[in-house]
Ligand binder design. Structure first.
Ligand SMILES: NC(=O)c1ccc[n+]([C@@H]2O[C@H](COP(=O)([O-])OP(=O)(O)OC[C@H]3O[C@@H](n4cnc5c(N)ncnc54)[C@H](OP(=O)(O)O)[C@@H]3O)[C@@H](O)[C@H]2O)c1
Length: 241
């Protein structure tokens, strides 16, 4: 498969219904003509994002899926390719967290987090990688976290999952350099999204906003194809919360 540079980019974003994924979809829609393939579990969220994005420059296809399931992940990639013929950019953003004292975290918390952040990420990435390897180009942007390399006392399972994501990304990059695929690890600190639940106005004031991460993603994508932005760390000016 050869790519014409004038083609409208096909951008698949996971976790696009809320928070950082939603903001990334909106930022892309504002910046450029693009075909967006948006994935999340909640249909009403996806429909709302689609409506907003289509006010700008995007064509949007939504796909309701729980990415913890291996077959579902393969189906998501297959449907995107069937619809748009290729994948220029995968924004691997869907993620969850359960936080608390190490001794109080449960097996259910572990399964909940690992199933999305590790199992789901692995299967979707593997399926997308096969497509990009055949295309001989592509870009995968992972939204991990500063918790992929910094320990937080209440985040044993979350940190475990994010350190693991970083491990996958770094192995993948060794392969990707040979296959012409760009791999970017975006590591944000605290961003005001639904993941945090209710936060105080004082915290809100300190946190980054989802569009700050969305615009960093776009700038990484828009680098000349010869240049790979390998990592971006974004923190609130006052540091970690
Ligand atoms: N917020 C922060 O401070 C922060 C900081 C650093 C990194 N991050 C990372 O950024 C990413 C996005 O987080 P966020 O704060 O934007 O979270 P969010 O507001 O809770 O949004 C998460 C999105 O992911 C989707 N999702 C979760 N599990 C899924 C699954 N199994 N299958 C399909 N979709 C799934 C959710 O869809 P449904 O609601 O429909 O299930 C939602 O659309 C995560 O990987 C998170 O770890 C967040």
């Amino acid at each position: 498969m050869t790519k014409l540079m004038s083609e409208t980019p096909v951008i698949l974003i996971t976790g696009a219904g809320k928070g950082i994924g939603r903001a990334t979809a909106l930022e892309f829609s504002k910046w450029m003509e693009c075909d967006l393939f948006l994935v999340a579990r909640t249909e009403s969220d996806l429909e709302a994002v689609k409506k907003e994005c289509e006010k700008w420059k995007a064509t949007v296809h939504t796909h309701v899926a729980d990415l913890t399931d291996e077959n579902t992940s393969h189906d998501v990639i297959a449907e995107c390719v069937s619809k748009f013929k290729r994948i220029d950019l995968l924004v691997n953003n869907a993620g969850v967290g359960r936080f608390g004292n190490f001794l109080e975290l449960t097996g259910a918390d572990l399964d909940f987090t690992i199933n999305t952040n590790i199992r789901g990420l692995f299967h979707l990435t593997q399926s997308a990688y096969k497509v990009m390897k055949t295309q001989k180009y592509g870009h995968m942007i992972f939204v991990t976290s500063v918790a992929a390399e910094t320990p937080f006392e209440q985040s044993a399972i979350y940190c475990m999952s994010k350190f693991a994501q970083k491990g996958l990304i770094e192995v993948l990059r060794i392969n990707a350099r040979k296959d012409g695929i760009r791999i970017t690890n975006i590591m944000p600190g605290a961003v005001e999204t639904p993941m945090w639940g209710a936060v105080t106005p004082e915290m809100q004031e300190k946190m980054m906003k989802p569009q700050d991460i969305g615009s960093a993603i776009i700038h990484a994508y828009l680098q000349p194809k010869r240049t790979s932005v390998e990592e971006i760390v974004l923190r609130p000016v006052g540091g970690d919360l």
